[in-house]
Write a protein that binds this ligand. Structure first.
Ligand code: UT7
Length: 310
């Protein structure tokens, strides 16, 4: 069997911190409301999608101990490419000094998990190493007068180097889906800003996260009791807690960073992954469930048995 092993990871956040109090000084909202309804306390704003991806990608290459010529492909998950054409992945490739294939992937907040599954396919096709990055500058497509959305979204990136293994590797099961009937719930027209039916997204998010997680666990041959850590999309603490409850996984197994990152879409799962790894929370041989959902509405999950030394 050919598999995938995560051997390096890194993340990047802009320096500029925008607190709930900063937002409350400009629009009709409050720290209490945002904290209670979302779990977000502050978020990082600024920079470009390519800059964050390059910084996160460089850290991941360093951690994996690989040189630029050893990377065969970049998959950049983003909903906020810096330009319409070319793919932001090409800017990242140049910035990291790589010479390999590069493309953008838009599966909204499920993007990084889609990217990992895609990387497994490329490794099975013969590539040795893929750099999977989730990077966003959602601040560029947010209407800063719209309290329905601007309190949620933010900027940043997370990245992973994944390598081919000749055994089953880390990724034991996955699920990917999309339901275009729900496109209306979260979208941005070309050149426009994000529009969202928050309640519709909330309701469906809990359902699709549960479904995706069950499908990935079934493929991996594991049950919720086997899961040591959940790395969920960082949208809303109430969505994370409700999903854990429905899955029968204690919510203290969920890794959360949204209190200081906000919702960074494709970057949110890898940002949480890197935070947990750097905090020494994930250990070798532990079972990790990644699960995301987002505009589309997409959802995706992976079950990984973590094999890298942390
Ligand atoms: O990556 C996926 C991205 N999207 C999401 O994950 C969104 C999922 N949905 C959510 O997270 C929640 O629906 C929100 C956080 C967006 C909203 O929370 P909610 O508990 O669903 O609030 P609501 O929309 O039902 O609004 C409750 C009240 C309303 O006032 P009335 O009608 O009860 O008088 C809103 O006008 O809260 C009001 N409200 C606010 N108040 C203060 C809405 N936004 C704000 C705000 N500050 N920022």
């Amino acid at each position: 069997m050919t598999g995938l092993r995560i051997t390096g990871w890194g993340s990047a956040l802009p320096d500029n911190i925008v607190t709930n109090a900063d937002l409350a000084s400009r629009i009709d909202t409050s720290d209490d409301w945002i904290t209670e309804r979302t779990g977000i306390k502050e978020r990082r704003i600024g920079g470009t999608t390519a800059e964050h991806a390059i910084n996160a990608g460089r850290a991941a290459l360093d951690k994996a101990g690989v040189t630029p010529d050893q990377i065969d492909l970049i998959i950049l998950a983003t909903t906020t490419p810096d330009r319409q054409v070319p793919a932001t992945a090409s800017t990242v490739q140049q910035g990291l000094g790589l010479s390999c294939g590069a493309f953008d992937l838009n599966a909204a907040c499920s993007g990084f998990v889609y990217g990992l599954v895609g990387a497994l396919g490329f490794l099975k096709s013969g590539l040795d190493r893929v750099l999977v990055v989730g990077s966003e500058t959602l601040s560029t497509i947010v209407d800063w007068e719209d309290r329905n959305t601007c309190i949620l979204f933010a900027d940043g990136a997370g990245a992973a180097v994944v390598e081919r293994t000749e055994d089953d590797g880390d990724l034991l099961g996955f699920s990917m889906s999309s339901d275009g009937n729900l496109e209306y719930a979260l979208f941005a027209e070309r050149g426009g800003t994000l529009e969202m039916d928050g309640r519709a997204v909330f309701k469906n998010a809990v359902l699709v996260m549960e479904k995706a997680a069950h499908e990935a666990m079934e493929m991996a041959g594991v049950t919720p009791d086997d899961i040591d850590h959940v790395i969920p999309h960082q949208a809303n603490i109430r969505i994370i807690e409700a999903s854990c409850k429905r899955l029968g996984i204690p919510s203290d197994k969920a890794i959360t960073v949204l209190d200081y990152t906000g919702n960074t879409s494709s970057a949110s799962v890898p940002l949480a992954m890197v935070d947990a790894l750097e905090a020494g929370r994930i250990h070798k041989d532990e079972m990790v469930l990644m699960v995301g959902f987002g505009a589309g509405m997409t959802s995706a999950a992976t079950v990984l048995r973590w094999s890298a030394d942390t």
